[in-house]
Ligand binder design. Structure first.
Ligand code: PLP
Length: 238
């Protein structure tokens, strides 16, 4: 998680827009741990939030929230037949969504977010997110105990990064370790029981275990860790 307080200070100092891409992480704000880790997000001018990620909801409900709704007001939608709405995107005191985004006529996507919250209550979502945070911490603990792997970061939310540990600090050893990590990821995903992705951190190929599906519980994480351990052994830890 980027250091929001420092970024907010920088943006304020330089008169810059402060946007936070919280598409994946934003809803962890519902949890105590998430609130601590995302401190400073409240100073953003705009925040991307994807309820189809950390709120476990169906696709198509991605949101951009802004401090000042006038920021979203579009002047493109004009025409005499629209003369009853004002430029600030409101009509009779209610938000006019036709003026607050690219679509003039749109479906009630908010319903898909509101209804599950209404039916299950916020606590159900908070508990599910806390479960994923616990699972990520446990996965981190187990991965750290696997020989031949390096697991440099404690997960701040629910992504655990790991890779094959090089024999030494030479560029050749790092290259060989990255190749082994690539083979390891292929081996893991060939299981078709767990799907992991990868990224580059500090110029090193790094595997990402992301725990975010509402269907992912301890049994699935245990199985994934067994698959990872087998893959690590198969690539010889190098
Ligand atoms: C931080 C972040 N921003 C944006 C996106 C893109 O989201 P989508 O694929 O739903 O458009 C992702 C997807 O994983 C993400 O993690």
């Amino acid at each position: 998680v980027d250091r929001f307080p420092e970024l907010a200070d920088l943006a304020a100092r330089e008169n810059l827009w402060f946007h936070v891409d919280a598409a994946y992480g934003g809803f962890f704000l519902l949890t105590e741990r998430g609130r601590a880790r995302l401190a400073g997000i409240e100073r953003a001018d705009s925040v991307t939030l994807d309820p189809h990620k950390s709120l476990f909801l169906p696709y198509g409900v991605g949101a951009l929230v802004v401090r000042d709704p006038r920021t979203l007001a579009t002047s493109d939608a004009s025409g005499r037949y629209l003369q009853d709405t004002d430029d600030l995107g409101s009509y009779a005191g209610l938000p006019d969504y036709g003026r607050l985004g690219p679509e003039l006529t749109r479906e009630a996507r908010g319903l898909r977010v509101w209804l599950p919250l209404h039916l299950h209550g916020v606590a159900a979502f908070r508990d599910a997110l806390d479960e994923k945070l616990d699972l990520a911490e446990e996965a981190h603990r187990v991965l750290r105990s696997m020989p031949g792997l390096e697991v440099p970061w404690h997960p701040e939310l629910t992504i655990v990064g790991f890779r094959v540990r090089p024999h030494d600090s030479s560029p050749e050893a790092r290259h060989r370790a990255d190749e082994a990590s690539r083979r390891m990821l292929e081996e893991i995903n060939a299981s078709t029981r767990a799907f992991l992705s990868s990224t580059e951190i500090d110029d090193r190929f790094t595997i990402r275990l992301t725990i975010l599906s509402h269907r992912t519980h301890a049994d699935r994480v245990t199985e994934a860790l067994e698959i990872i351990a087998a893959a690590a052994a198969a690539v010889g830890g190098r």
